[in-house]
Design a protein around this ligand. Sequence first.
Ligand code: ADP
Ligand code: MG
Length: 234
Amino acid sequence: MVTKKQIIDGARNESRTLLTEVESKDLLRQAGINVTDTRLATSKEEAVSVSRKLGFPIVLKVASPDIVHKSDAGGVKLGLKTSKQVGKAYDDILNAVSQKYPRAAVHGVSVQKMARPGVEVIIGMSRDAQFGPVLMFGLGGIMVELLKDISLRIVPLTGWDAHEMVREIKGYPLLEGYRGQEPVDVPALEELLVKVSAFIEHTPEIKELDLNPVLARSDGAVAVDARVVLEESD
Ligand code: ADP
Ligand code: MG
C-alpha cells in the first residue's frame, strides 16, 4: 500500500495541489475513515476487469488532477450493471471530458461499487487565517448550496463537539428518520467527524478537504467522493 508521504510527495513532484479521488480516498482510508473501495483503471479492459472483481452495480468517474467537478465534466456514470455498460461508460466519459477539458491530464477512470442509498451529508475542512483548520458539516445538495444549513467547529474536535455539530443543523430531523424514513446511524457520523479532525490535525500539508457526499445510513456512514487540496510547497 502507498504511504501518506508517497501520495503527497507524488503530487508535489508533479507540481500539483489537487489530489485525485483515488489518492484522496487512499489517504483517508489510512486514517481509518470509511470510504468506498476505489481503484484506478488506465484502460477500458482494466475498468471492466476491476468492475468484475468488485461486483456490479459499478460507478465510473474520470480520474484527473485537473478536474474538480467530475459530474459537470460528464465524468460520472452511476449504476452500471454489466461489463458492456462499463465499457461504454468508459468511452463516454473520456469523450465527454476531452470535449469539455481538452487540456486536462487524465489518469484514466476510478472504479467503485455503487453504494446503497442513504442521506447525503457533507464534511469539509478549510483553513481560516485566524482560527486555523475549521470543520464543516451539512446535508448534501441544496441544503448546503442554497440554504447554507451548516455547522462549524475549530479543529481539533472533541466527541461532544461532533455530537453538537450534527444536531445543530436545521435539517437534523432528516437524519432522525423523517416521515417513515429509517433513522441514520448518528454516532457513526460523529465518529467520522472526530476521525477527520484527527486526520487534519496530523496532516498539516492539507489545505482543504471535502467529503461530498458521505452516505449516512442506518448501518453506518461511507464517503463516496473525496477531494484533498494540498498547501503549496515552498
Ligand atoms: P463530483 O466530482 O461531481 O462531486 P461525485 O463523485 O460526488 O462527483 O459523484 C456525483 C454524485 O454521484 C454524488 O453526489 C453521489 O450522489 C453519486 N455517487 C458517486 N459515487 C457513488 C457511489 N459509489 N455510490 C452511489 N452513488 C455515488
Ligand atoms: Mg462530489
